[in-house]
Design a protein around this ligand. Structure first.
Ligand SMILES: NC(=O)c1ccc[n+]([C@@H]2O[C@H](COP(=O)([O-])OP(=O)(O)OC[C@H]3O[C@@H](n4cnc5c(N)ncnc54)[C@H](O)[C@@H]3O)[C@@H](O)[C@H]2O)c1
Ligand SMILES: [Zn+2]
Ligand SMILES: [Zn+2]
Length: 373
């Protein structure tokens, strides 16, 4: 079958809309008609080879859509079901067994290789001949396209009462920020959290901290409009490091004690250093910003050791998407988690503009609508 997809060609190169051939689903796969898909900062990191998905490839990993066809062995979903596509995992390793598939032992292979586990791709340029294979299966979906081929594990059925066109970001960015707070750090009522970087991930963390009843929710960003939105979504204090010393500000705010938790979403080493410096004794700093391998953190070992402080990496909010995405939808429908406030819609044809606006800090979470939706 032929579909329209946005093809990534390499570092900083514009994505091009092209006609692409997509295979029929294999026995354990599902073909989804994409309704809308979010753009996550990680898509830019993949395009720019910081997370090296070999080009040419179809990126996109926050898709929502309707199942159109299923492989013979599929039992979880049926044609007509509404689904959110999330990250991919093997289903067989110790982490998958423990329902923490974000730490799947084959996470990189299953999400960033642009290939299925057997080395094949479901996408190619139409026509005969070699050299026409396109990278697909990115996060088990490659949803910058009108249709996506997904492993059954990768799709989460969602209720018809929820607006499908906004749900895609629950598959990655929103799940990551909310899960970091609710599942990984487990911020509790009355505690304090500092969120460094208030893009889609950071703002989702802010909203989740409010749901958890955190007493102090401190948001830090260089973009004033994002800090204004952070306040509206639950931040009790905001700091712009372009204007003031964040460490001094947070220490003053907490009476010299520091915060119970810090979350870095910027992936900048100096910011991580500040985040750790702000921790109270027994405080935990979570790292979600996507860092390339080889980055050595500027962390004071004495400060860490003496107060029993710790730093930990967090992937996809420690979430099991099958449990956590429906839980976030329930919170949204109950009016407690208004993640729709982060979204700006663009048609698929304006994907490069959407990416540009996100990189410029003008749009928090671009969501691309597919033609006809
Ligand atoms: N670990 C995971 O599972 C996971 C999942 C999704 C996204 N990510 C990563 O999380 C990060 C955040 O994603 P996003 O979509 O929210 O990106 P984003 O670019 O929208 O947000 C990052 C924010 O950090 C701010 N920032 C940059 N430098 C700063 C500084 N020095 N001080 C304070 N703020 C600063 C930016 O202004 C921006 O608002 C990205 O690195 C992304 O790749 C990780
Ligand atoms: Zn696994
Ligand atoms: Zn993502």
């Amino acid at each position: 079958m032929q579909i329209t997809a946005a093809v990534a060609h390499g570092v900083k190169a514009p994505l091009t809309l092209e006609t692409v051939e997509i295979e029929d689903p294999r026995p354990d796969e599902v073909l989804v008609r994409v309704v809308a898909t979010g753009v996550c900062h990680t898509d830019m990191a993949m395009r720019d080879q910081e997370l090296p998905v070999p080009p040419p490839a179809v990126l996109g990993h926050e898709g929502a859509g309707i199942v159109v066809r299923v492989g013979a062995g599929v039992t979880r979903v049926a044609p007509g079901d509404r689904v959110v596509m999330s990250f991919n995992s093997c289903g067989a390793c110790p982490s998958c067994h423990d329902h923490i598939p974000a730490y799947c032992h084959d996470f990189f292979g299953r999400n960033f290789s642009g290939r299925r586990a057997d080395g094949s791709s479901g996408l190619s340029w139409p026509g005969p001949g070699e050299g026409r294979v396109l990278g697909g299966n990115v996060f088990g979906q490659s949803s910058f396209a009108t249709h996506a081929l997904c492993p059954e594990r990768n799709v989460v059925k969602v209720p018809a009462t929820a607006p499908l066109e906004i749900l895609g970001p629950l598959g990655c960015g929103v799940l990551t920020g909310a899960g970091a707070v609710m599942n990984a750090l487990r911020v509790a009522r009355g505690q304090s959290l500092a969120v460094f970087g208030t893009g889609a991930v950071g703002l989702s963390a802010v909203m989740a901290a409010r749901v958890m009843g955190a007493a102090s929710i401190i948001a830090i960003d260089l973009v004033e409009a994002r800090l204004d939105l952070a306040r509206e979504l639950g931040a009790t204090h905001v700091f712009n490091p372009g204007r003031t010393s964040v460490v001094d500000g947070i220490m003053a705010l907490t009476g010299g004690m520091g915060v119970d938790y810090a979350l870095d979403t910027t992936a900048r080493l100096a910011v991580v250093g500040d985040a750790v410096r702000c921790l109270a004794p027994r405080g935990v700093c979570g790292l979600v910003g996507a860092m390339p391998f080889g980055q050595i953190l500027p962390v004071d070992g004495g400060h860490l050791m003496s107060g029993g402080r710790s730093v930990r990496g967090i992937v996809e909010g420690d979430a099991d998407p099958h449990q956590f995405i429906p839980a976030l939808i329930d919170l949204y429908l109950a009016g407690q988690f208004p993640f729709d406030r982060l979204i700006t819609f663009y048609p698929l044809a304006e994907i490069n503009q959407a990416i540009h606006d996100a990189e410029a800090g003008r749009t928090v979470k671009p969501v691309l609508r597919m033609p006809g939706w």
